[in-house]
Each structure stands twice: as structure tokens, then as C-alpha cells.
Design a protein around this ligand. Sequence first.
Ligand SMILES: Cc1cc2nc3c(=O)[nH]c(=O)nc-3n(C[C@H](O)[C@H](O)[C@H](O)COP(=O)(O)OP(=O)(O)OC[C@H]3O[C@@H](n4cnc5c(N)ncnc54)[C@H](O)[C@@H]3O)c2cc1C
Length: 406
Amino acid sequence: MGDRRAVVIGAGITGILSARELLLSGWDVVVLDAAHVGAGSSSRTAAGIRQQFSTPGTVRGMRYCVDFYTRFAEETESGESPIVQNGYLFLQADDAAMEAARARVAMQQAVGLKEVEALDADALRAQFPWVSDELAGATWCPTDGFLRPHVVYSDGAARVRSLGGELRQRSPVTGARVEGGRITTVTTPLGEVGGDLFIDCTNAWTARVGALLGASPLEVAPLKRYLWFVARGDAMSGPTLSSMPLTIAPSGAYCRPENGDTMLMGKKHKTAADRDFTYDDQDFVQPDFSHRAGIDAAPFSLWMELAEAIPDLADFAGVNATTAGYYATTPDHNPFLGFDARRPNLIRAVGFSGHGAMLGPFTARVVQALADAGTNLDEVLIDGEPVELGTFALGRTYDHREAMVI
Ligand SMILES: Cc1cc2nc3c(=O)[nH]c(=O)nc-3n(C[C@H](O)[C@H](O)[C@H](O)COP(=O)(O)OP(=O)(O)OC[C@H]3O[C@@H](n4cnc5c(N)ncnc54)[C@H](O)[C@@H]3O)c2cc1C
């Protein structure tokens, strides 16, 4: 293909879906992963997917992602759907919070998310009888939900191969050759890999990989995040649990069914950036965050905090597992999507905070549009609608902080 060879670095959801999109646009593609497909955050995620955001461009982008994921099974060999559309329910504690929520719903509806609605206290209780009667209301979007992330990256990897892409696992990028500022090849222990275009999809590793490539430093902090699993026992019925939406309490604590017997829950906590983490560190659980640490530890308090919003949870049998991984957090919680200022043939698609699994299809569309243009763009057309890319630009000044972060 002459000058259309792209090297994707990182085989998580971002790298795999970007590779697929580039192949469909006529690029030759090789994907390199230091470990294996899904070795990073993509296999450690709560995988919530929502269109309820506070940035209009992100709402538009997320509409595209939900649509993409509902159709993804049509092109994969397994035919398994990666999305469970149980909805997202943002609970609101008081009238002031409800007023702000109504304003967000109006913006979201104006940019095309017609099915989102604000529920007052009575409507909330009528539709979701298991919520506390202390709440002022909620916002509700029935087409939101959560993903089965392994379906995205495993079936996505098979799709990349079937489209003619090459996938090299256990191939860490350790350096690069550069001519006139442009990367010509990246180095791996198995040899050099040449290309016309390179795409950094290493998310929490981006600072280290960027330095190896001579790229610009980006403000991306790897922050530890935990998930806990609560056994239902005899509380609530299995079908009621498995049909519940992803529910966010006013405190920011969230939960969603993992299956009919288990609730997954999480909440962000204050922590320092772990810049030199190893692959094993991803799964390391600090003692205070373990489900084994008793009633003074974080998971027990979180369980009780969520039970204030969903009283039936108090009767669940107990927290029986902890998993962990890294968010790659940016100052405004929006990712960096664009060409690197120091390496003009390097696209960075990193810094997804808690949103990289859901944003995957949008990210891949932006990567493909940038790759085809060969330069940064002000906007990208998604289903005929312009989405402004300034929100995601590498040199932005963080004027708009995404307000809906969990
Ligand atoms: C606890 C938790 C909950 C989350 N909840 C949600 C949620 O509800 N919804 C949501 O959308 N997102 C959520 N996220 C975030 C989401 O999981 C990530 O944003 C997303 O998985 C990032 O995907 P990625 O492909 O960009 O990165 P990753 O999946 O981390 O992939 C990066 C890849 O780069 C590879 N790599 C690293 N260094 C090199 C190198 N030198 N050479 C080659 N390859 C390299 C790694 O091996 C890895 O496979 C959550 C994350 C966590 C940890």
C-alpha cells in the first residue's frame, strides 16, 4: 500500500478498534502489544457505557458508540453482543441537584439524546421501586448500560486479523528510529517495525512509551481504581438484580449487576499517581481496599453507602472479591486525541480516565479521520454531525472539565 502502513502500539479496546477502523479505511496495519490483547485496563474495567455526559461533543460521540456496539455482533464470528442496555440511573439527593440535572438533560436532548429524561421523586419510585424514598429524583437513559469488554477486544482482535491486520503480542516497543522528526521504525525485542504512521494506544503507559518515542509529555496520571463484588444471597430476586441499571448514588458510588447473583460496585478514591507501575501492580490490592479486611475497610463502607440509596443491598450476603486496575487520568477527564507536536507522524489516543471502554468506537473514528487527513482536525463528522475535537486536543487549556465523572 505504499505510504499507508500504520503501526498501532497497544492492543486494548482503543488499539484494537482503531486498527479495525484503519483497515476498513484501506491502511495496512500491524498492532504491537508488550504483553497480550487486553493486558491493560480493558480487562479490569466496570465497562459502563453512557451517553449522559456534560460536554455536547461527548454526548454525540457516545451516541455513535452505543450504536456501534449494538451492531458490532453483525461483523464478528462469535456473533455475541458486547453491550447490555440496562440503562444508567443518576440518583439526585436534593432539589438543587435535580435542577442542575434537568439542565444537563435539556442539553443532552438538544444534541440528539432524545430518550434521556429527568424523573421526579414519584416517577423514580414508580419505575424503580428498589430506590430509597429519601431521594429527590434521577436522570435516566434506557439505552445506556454496560459492556462485556472481553467480547470487544477478543472478537475485535479476530476481526482485525480477518481484515488482514497483523497482531504481534509479547512485542514491547522499546525505542524508535527518527528521521527529520518523523518516526521511521519502532524497536521491539523481535526486531524493528517500520511504518508511515504510528498510533500510541498505551493509555496508562503513555508517559513511558511517549518518552521512548521522543514524543511530547502529556498530563496523564495512572491512578489505582478498585471494583468489588457483592453476593446477593437471598436478598432481592435474581431477575430483579440482573435487570438493574448501572446506578450512581449522589455520593458518586456506583453499582451494576455482574450477573443474577452478584452486584459489582466501585467509587473513586484519593490516591497518588503510580507512574512506574508494573503489570503485576495492576492487580495489587492495598490492604485497606481488600474485601478480606473487615468492616473498617473501604469495600464495607462503600457497600453501606450504596445501601442508603438502594436499601435492599443491606441484605446482600457480603463482599466476596476485589479487582483493580489503572485509570489514565487527565486534568479535565477528557482524553488526548491528536497528532503529537514533536513527532508529526505519531497520533496519541490516550488518557481515557474512566471512559476508555465506552469511548472506544468514537476514538477509533477520530484516529481514522486524523490518519486519513495526516494532520489535526477541528472537527470530525460522526453520522453526518460535526463533533468538535478541541475538547480532546493535546495542547488544550482544560477550560471545559467533564462534570460527569465517576
Ligand atoms: C476499575 C476500573 C473501572 C473502569 N470503569 C470504566 C467504565 O465503567 N467505563 C469505561 O468506559 N471505562 C472504564 N474504565 C476505563 C477503561 O477500562 C480504560 O479507559 C480502557 O480500557 C482503556 O483502553 P486502552 O485500550 O486505551 O488501554 P489498555 O486497555 O490499558 O491497553 C493498553 C495496552 O498497551 C500495552 N502496552 C503498554 N506499553 C507498551 C509498549 N511499550 N509496547 C507495546 N504495548 C504496550 C499494554 O500491554 C496494554 O495492553 C475503568 C477502568 C478501571 C481500572
